[in-house]
Write a protein that binds this ligand. Structure first.
Ligand SMILES: O=C(O)CCC(=O)C(=O)O
Ligand SMILES: [Fe+2]
Length: 371
């Protein structure tokens, strides 16, 4: 099979200057018109804002406020839920723990997923060692700071429940936008989809004139289907267009930023785009650089871990290409690394993506995979 380089796949993407704002339909009558707009946004930018999303202000403000309380705690209290204790990469990640394409990210964060129990190897009662079931290692419990910030668990659990409803609705609308039956993606997300949910804190730059090139997270594409981002009013998120230029995705009150991941790019044979993005740290004048900064809540809506990715084949003829078709999509730019191979099993991609960014967890819990 012919391969084109990730650089050329990027070139094949159409340029954009600003990101669209879409109003989710309230009635079935509004869906057709919405689906056309959604198709255009997913095909040309892969990144857009939504309003009328039904996530209540109370729900997301509570989630954000409780999260800020956590980040304001002394470091030893935050480290009580250190993510390195978790084979499933869950918990608090201090500054310096994460990298994108080998460069340290300037953010700290708490990682959550679906509540589960560590999967054991039945015969030996030890942690799994079959390399081909590597995705089972992502199943496990969350770490909650129940003693230090008791409100965090109920507030984030409520937020995640509302985001699940929104994600399922968006997948239904995405199916319609591709001229597919509205339940087309139901099987992909049945039982327990691999939700990843994070609260990120991007510390302020130290000085006003510190323009620099300090990134909270470097240029990357997300690995799943949908990423739904709630950001505070600080800003710093940037999106790369088809010419390689960067467009700001500033905060718009009451909206959620949606972007598409590598899996949906793959299943649509590149008709929909997984768009590269990054976050720049900014200077906040009233901030103490240790505790204040930008806060964001990215929610990643991913397939169930054992889902074998299968392309929509053929893509409906009604989908017009407004840019050249990519010749191959079995490799993409992922987490800033060119030539990232995509496995057919979604869970393997998910594990690999975390493994790359978090070598400490690999050394502590998954040494057998490194040998
Ligand atoms: O915090 C943000 O604005 C974006 C975060 C992001 O892109 C990610 O964690 O994948
Ligand atoms: Fe991202």
């Amino acid at each position: 099979m012919n391969r084109i380089s990730p650089r050329n796949i990027r070139k094949a993407k159409k340029s954009f200057q600003a990101l669209p704002l879409l109003t989710l339909p309230s009635t079935v009558d509004e869906e057709k018109d919405f689906a056309t707009k959604l198709r255009h946004a997913c095909h040309t930018t892969g990144f857009f804002y939504i309003e009328n999303h039904n996530i209540s202000r109370e729900t997301y403000q509570n989630a954000l406020n409780s999260s800020k309380k956590f980040f304001d705690l002394p470091i030893d209290e935050k480290m009580a839920i250190d993510y390195r204790k978790s084979p499933a990469f869950r918990g608090y990640m201090n500054l310096g723990c994460e990298n994108t394409a080998g460069k340290t990210d300037q953010r700290d964060q708490i990682e959550f997923g679906i509540e589960g129990s560590v999967v054991k190897n039945e015969s030996q009662n030890t942690t799994l060692n079959q390399k081909n079931e590597v995705w089972k290692r992502l199943i496990g419990p969350n770490q909650w700071p129940n003693d230090s910030v008791p409100s965090l668990k109920p507030h984030l659990t409520k937020y995640m429940m509302e985001m699940e409803v929104l994600s399922r609705r968006l997948m239904e609308l995405i199916a319609l936008s591709l001229d597919l039956p509205r339940n087309y993606f139901d099987d992909t997300f049945r039982d327990s989809p691999n939700v990843q949910f994070k609260i990120c804190h991007y510390p302020s730059l130290q000085k006003k004139d510190d323009k620099g090139d300090q990134f909270g997270v470097g240029c990357h594409t997300d690995s799943g289907y949908l990423s739904l981002l709630l950001q505070d009013d600080v800003g710093g998120l940037q999106v790369q267009n088809g010419d390689g230029d960067w467009t700001d995705a500033p905060p718009l009150d009451g909206t959620i930023v949606v972007n598409l991941g590598e899996m949906i790019q793959l299943v649509t044979s590149g008709y929909y785009l997984a768009t590269p993005h990054r976050v720049k740290n900014v200077y906040i004048s009233n901030g103490n650089s240790n505790t204040r900064g930008r806060y964001s809540m990215p929610y990643f809506w991913n397939p169930r871990l054992d889902y074998i990715v299968s392309k929509i084949d053929p893509l409906p003829n009604s989908l017009n290409w407004e840019r050249p078709k990519p010749m191959s999509l079995d490799r993409t730019d992922s987490h800033g690394k060119a030539g990232n191979i995509l496995f057919s099993c979604y869970g393997e991609n998910a594990f690999k993506s975390l493994a790359r960014s978090h070598p400490d967890v690999m050394k502590r819990h998954h040494m057998d995979l490194l040998l």
